[in-house]
Design a protein around this ligand. Structure first.
Ligand code: SF4
Length: 66
């Protein structure tokens, strides 16, 4: 089934990995990263997202520094 919200989702997607096949497909993106014990790009501010470190540890280090 094609995602009918893909274009709308892309308006809010800050992921800089443009060739990812899951871009705009939030359910697949979330499922993939959770399976790796990570979080999707949209959990991270742009500068942190660009490091491609999507670990929960990285997320908590950012949240803890605020
Ligand atoms: S956050 Fe991960 S799965 Fe989601 S679009 Fe970016 S690289 Fe792909």
């Amino acid at each position: 089934m094609d995602c009918q919200n893909k274009n709308k989702n892309l308006d809010f997607c800050n992921c800089s990995y443009s060739s990812c096949p899951r871009k705009g497909l939030c359910c697949e993106c979330l499922r993939y990263h959770l399976s790796q014990e990570e979080l999707p790009a949209c959990f991270f501010p742009d500068d942190a997202e660009k490091t491609y470190d999507r670990s929960i540890k990285h997320y908590l280090s950012i949240k803890g520094s605020k």
